[in-house]
Design a protein around this ligand. Sequence first.
Ligand code: DAH
Length: 367
Amino acid sequence: MVTVTGAQLTEQFADFISRIQKATSTIELEAIDLEAFGKKSGVYTLLRKSLGNIPDVEERKKSGERFNHDARRVEQALEDRRSDLKILELNERLQTETIDVTLPARAETQGKIHPVTQVIEEITAIFADMGFSVAEGPDIESDEMNFDKLNIPESHPARQMHDTFYLQGNSNNPGGDGKTLLRTHTSPVQIRTMKAGKPPFRFIAPGSTYRCDSDITHTPMFHQVEGFVIDKNIHMGHLKGCIIEFLKAFFELDNVPVRYRPSFFPFTEPSAEVDIGCTRSREEIKIGAGADWLEVMGCGMVHPNVLRNCGLDPNEWQGFAFGMGVERLAMLKYGIPDLRTFFESDARWLKHYGFDALAIPSLIGGL
Ligand code: DAH
C-alpha cells in the first residue's frame, strides 16, 4: 500500500520545479511532463491514487490540498517553460536557417519539356490564334466511336487485329456494342464532341493513339492532333487556307510550298494528303523549298454520313477535318532522326532535345 507523507511531496515538488526550469529543449520538457503526469506511471498520477489510502480524515484532507497545490504548480511551471523554450528554439532556427537572397539564381532548371509536349503546345497556340478550342476524348474507346460512327465499315483494313489493340471486357464502354480498344486515331473525338454539343464546332483534339505496329518508323503508342470545323457554307478553300496558315506558323516560314494530293479516308469526302516542299539530301531534310515533297497530314471535307451519325443535317452543316502525327512533325521541325528514341526515357536524349520549362510557346513570344 502506497502512502503519502508531507516530506515526500515536498521532495518531489522541489525536484520537478528545478528540473523544469533547467530544461533546455521542448523534448526534454515533454519527458518530464510524462514522468510527472503520464497516465500509467506518472508520479502525480500515482500519488493521486494513493491519497485515498490515508486512514486519518484530517490528514487525508491536508495531503489532498497539498497535492492539488503542488500538481497545479508543476503543471504551470511546465507550461511557462514550454512557451519560453518555443521562443528560444524559434529564434535559434531563425538564426541558423538563413537564406542568402543575394546568391545568383541557379543557372539551369533540371527538368525539360519532352518534344511531344512542346509540339502539342505549339500546335495548340497556333490554332488557338485561329479561334480553335481544345477537345479531348478517352484513350480507351469503343469500336463504335473509333470506327462505325466514322464511316469505317467492318471490312476496312484498319479494323483487323494486327492494327488495333482490342481490350477484353467492356466495363469502360456501357451502351456500346461490347468491344473496347485503344483508340487508333484521335478522330473519335469528332464524334464525341459533335454528340455532346451543338454546331458550329471549331476545335483541335491532341492526344495519345495506339496501333499494334513497331519498327523504325512506328511505335505502338504515338500522338496525333485532330482538327475539326463544322459551320454553314464551309468549303475546301477554308480547309486549304487554314492548313497553309498553320504550316507557315509551325515551321516559322513566310512561304511554304503546299500540295494537296487526292487520297481516301472513310470519314472525309473528298479527302487529301498534304505535302510540303522540301530538299532531301543524305544528311537532312530542309523544309520550305526544293524539288521534293513530304507528307505531313491527312484531311478532307467531313463525310455526310459522319454528320448524319451525329444527328446533323449535311444540307445545313458542312465542315473539314484534318489529322497529323505529332512525333513526325517534331522530327521534321527539330531534326530528330529516330522515332523510337522518343519513348526510351533516356535523360541524355531529353536534355539534348527537350525544351525549357519556362519558354511557353506562343505566337507573340515565339514558338
Ligand atoms: N485519322 C486519320 C489517321 O489516323 C488521320 C486523319 C485523316 C484525320 C484525315 C482526319 C482527316 O480528320 O480528315 O490516319
